[in-house]
Design a protein around this ligand. Structure first.
Ligand code: NCD
Length: 307
């Protein structure tokens, strides 16, 4: 197996690259569930460098390492590291990459993971760079769609904060490889950036845009909801004006197909009503679990370990 080096963005990935990881994840799922034991990453170390809050990305990478017999080095909070003394990101990466076999980096600055990859002697995995990309989330999103709906001829709506939401930016590129029919649902202020729409159009992907979930709910297979990214708004007043828009209720999903699946990278704030959680439509908690086998596959791939 050819090791994959850095994982920075999904833009250049082919369908074969996505499929390979999804197939590996499927094989690893019993280990992720704790039903089988494995030590294939024995002796390997993963460093976690998180400059922004995280629950699922950090903990599912940790779980993936532990379930495969590897170990995790956690930089901990920014305040407790040398960053607080003024160390640059490039120096932190140069040093950490000498300790670990791979690094997961989450950073508020778009482009940080790409920059880090230029200074790192170990593979860098982008765990989210500002409003840029979140490629490992996309891989687990694809896996969830494959397991809970279907990847081929998918009719999907991406809803919420499409401007600042890095998960949708990465997911769009991946969906384009599967010829998905994509509807973008957002308030006008939070539309998908033009550069991404243009890229998708160049790939002959049909994109519809609307402001209302009502318009799309009847025909879609998957509804991918996102949180309005409060922390990325330059003006808090603007956030307050938009934040109440777009809320998914049980009444609304009852208009959808019985097979409709709701996804969300989480955390949700109030964009999905909790009354949906116990319906068969809710896919978001399973989605969070699928992060474990998918990140196991990613780790094996970047560390060059055959499964
Ligand atoms: C997302 C992120 O960090 O971009 N969370 C995640 O990784 N599951 C989504 C978000 O924060 O809204």
């Amino acid at each position: 197996m050819r090791p994959m080096h850095h994982i920075i963005s999904t833009r250049e990935y082919s369908k074969e690259m996505f499929d390979e990881i999804l197939e590996m994840a499927e094989k690893l799922e019993p280990i992720a569930r704790g039903e089988q034991h494995s030590t294939i990453l024995d002796g390997k170390i993963l460093a976690l460098l998180f400059f922004e809050p995280s629950t699922r990305t950090r903990m599912s990478f940790e779980t993936a390492m532990y379930r495969l017999g590897g170990k995790v080095l956690n930089m901990g909070s920014v305040e407790a590291s040398s960053i607080a003394k003024g160390e640059s990101l490039s120096d932190t990466i140069r040093v950490t990459s000498q300790y670990a076999d791979a690094i997961v980096l989450r950073h508020p600055r778009e482009g940080a993971a790409l920059m880090a990859s230029e200074y790192s002697s170990s593979p860098v995995i982008n765990g989210g760079d500002g409003a840029g990309h979140h490629p490992t989330q996309t891989l687990l999103d694809l896996y969830t769609i494959k397991r809970e709906s279907r990847l081929e001829n998918l009719n999907i709506a991406l809803a919420g904060d499409l401007k600042y939401g890095r998960t949708v930016h990465s997911l769009c590129y991946a969906l384009s490889r599967y010829n998905a029919q994509i509807t973008l649902v957002s308030p006008p202020e939070l539309k998908l950036p033009d550069r991404i729409v243009d890229d998708l159009k160049k790939r002959n992907i049909h994109i519809h845009e609307t402001e209302s979930l009502e318009d799309v709910i009847e025909n879609i297979d998957v509804l991918y909801m996102t949180r309005i990214q409060k922390e990325r708004f330059p003006d808090p007043a603007e956030f307050n004006r938009i934040s109440y828009k777009m809320r998914l209720t049980k009444d609304l999903i009852q208009k959808g197909k019985p097979s409709l699946r709701i996804m969300h990278p989480l955390p949700r704030v109030n964009e999905i009503s909790p009354e949906i959680d116990d319906t068969p439509h809710a896919g978001y908690f399973k989605q969070a679990f699928y992060g474990v086998p998918v990140r196991m596959a990613i780790l094996c791939k970047v560390m060059g370990v055959q499964i």
